[in-house]
Design a protein around this ligand. Structure first.
Ligand code: MN
Ligand code: MN
Length: 465
């Protein structure tokens, strides 16, 4: 038997360190997680589910609370139906700082254009505009579901969700048959699939009247009118998204992995939701941020660059101390700690040459702590301070959280960013900390159930410290 050095740093495989009962918990949490993913396919649906779960765990809407906030109070705020903030008030005043975790609820997808519906060669099609960083060819030859909201001319709105139930129709972007694809196959991938060609098939039957132009499109409009009371003009103001119509599944003979759309970043969002729901009477106030629009730069009034986070903290300060002013708020923020809960790349043996193996996360080796993200010379990275990083890993070690480090690819390979630097901009200490994925940003991302389990445990440990 080979003895391991006691001085060397060794990555741990989570499964080796779990009791039988913990292994069962890993599988149980993954079942709940898959149910969450099956219902949370868009940012709106995710936000609604976060609120639903929070309410069931005793959180009440901040804007419905009239009395001062006191230790132990559990509150939430839903922003424009797309972002959510949760807090459990601490024993110590929020003005002495709080612990916050931030994930995002949006995922790459195909949005319908403002004028989406048209007819070509007897087929009805939907024009799309992709959202976030996708490999366009992933979205061909795939069953797609349509999700979103539509408002009629009279201002009444409704939710649309077609393609998720077993009997539902789906939509699809057809690909060229290989027999005729010589030119396509000779092109660079980026050139072979122009964004304008991502058009989803949505019908082929003509309307009854042979005199009508574009009879197939007309028939779709008739169906939309009969079923939803919509006109073509109502599509202009709608927000409709095409997402993979694939339910979350176990992957592997041993069922150790979860395959599903939207795990960036709903795996971290789900873990922090479970973690904060389990926090009772914390010493410092615990905060969870579920942000929107991360995939397009955290812009807009539901994104992390907006005032939504500061607005929420300002409310906590005012409603718990009755003594809000900007200086008190700033002191609170700069005395606070944060985790940016976002996914990182896990080593994929098929693409091992894009990462540096000593510094890349592995599936099943625990929660991934990422000191810095960014591209090239750490551009756009938060790059956590040694003091804070050390504090976080000591918290994890003291609570049996199995963690590892991660890096987003080789130095010159590319890179990416998270909301970490936006949290840190308020003066908080922040480090990236999330779950490793294979196939990130694809329609079927893969996570490890034991990593999800350690994320829940790690986030809870951080919030309670
Ligand atoms: Mn992400
Ligand atoms: Mn992403």
């Amino acid at each position: 038997m080979v003895e391991q050095s006691v001085l060397a740093y060794n990555k741990k495989t989570v499964w080796d360190h779990l009791t039988e009962q913990e292994k069962q918990e890993v599988m149980n949490i993954a079942e709940d997680y898959k149910s969450f993913l099956a219902r949370a396919k868009t940012e709106r649906e995710s936000a609604a589910l976060v609120v639903e779960h929070a309410k069931s765990q005793g959180f009440v809407a901040l804007d419905s609370v009239n009395s001062p906030l006191k230790p132990g109070d559990r509150i939430y705020r839903l922003v424009k139906g797309k972002s959510v903030l949760l807090a459990v008030m601490g024993e110590r005043p929020v003005t002495e700082g709080f612990n916050a975790i931030g994930a995002h609820l949006d995922s790459p997808r195909l949005d319908l254009k403002v004028h989406p519906l048209y007819e070509d060669e007897g087929l009805a099609l939907l024009k799309t505009h992709y959202y976030g960083g996708i490999k366009k060819y992933h979205w061909l030859a795939l069953p797609l579901a349509l999700h979103g909201v539509v408002y009629r001319g009279d201002g009444s709105g409704m939710e649309i969700r077609v393609g998720e139930e077993p009997g539902d129709p789906v939509f699809t972007i057809t690909d060229l048959l290989p027999h005729l694809a010589k030119e396509q196959m000779d092109k660079k991938v980026n050139d072979a699939f122009p964004g304008e060609t991502l058009r989803a098939l949505c019908g082929s039957l003509p309307a009854g009247d042979a005199e009508i132009k574009n009879r197939v499109k007309e028939n779709i409009l008739l169906l939309l009118h009969n079923k939803y009371g919509l006109t073509e003009g109502d599509l202009v103001t709608a927000e409709l998204e095409l997402v993979p119509a694939i339910p979350p599944r176990d992957v592997g003979f041993d069922r150790s992995l979860v395959g599903a759309y939207g795990q960036d970043d709903r795996v971290c969002a789900y873990a922090q939701l479970v973690a904060i729901a389990g926090v009772v009477n914390p010493s410092r106030t615990a905060v969870a941020i579920f942000a929107d629009k991360e995939e397009i730069g955290s812009v807009g009034n539901t994104g992390m660059q907006s005032s939504l986070f500061l607005d929420f903290i300002a409310e906590l300060v005012e409603r718990s101390t009755g003594n809000y002013n900007e200086l008190v708020l700033r002191r609170s923020l700069s005395a606070s700690f944060g985790l940016s809960a976002d996914v990182n790349v896990a080593l994929d043996p098929g693409f091992a040459d894009t990462v540096e193996k000593d510094n890349t996360a592995r599936l099943g080796c625990g929660l991934v702590v990422t000191k810095y993200t960014g591209a090239r010379g750490k551009n756009g990275s938060n790059d956590a301070h040694a003091e804070f990083l050390s504090r976080v890993v000591r918290i994890f070690n003291s609570r049996n959280v199995i963690w590892q480090t991660g890096e987003l690819g080789k130095v010159d390979q590319g890179g990416g960013g998270t909301i970490a630097y936006m949290m840190a901009a308020h003066g908080m200490d922040v480090v990236d900390c999330g779950v490793g994925l294979l196939g990130m940003h694809s329609p079927f991302e893969v996570s490890h159930k034991a990593d999800l389990y350690m994320a829940v445990r790690g986030y809870a440990a951080f919030l309670l410290e």
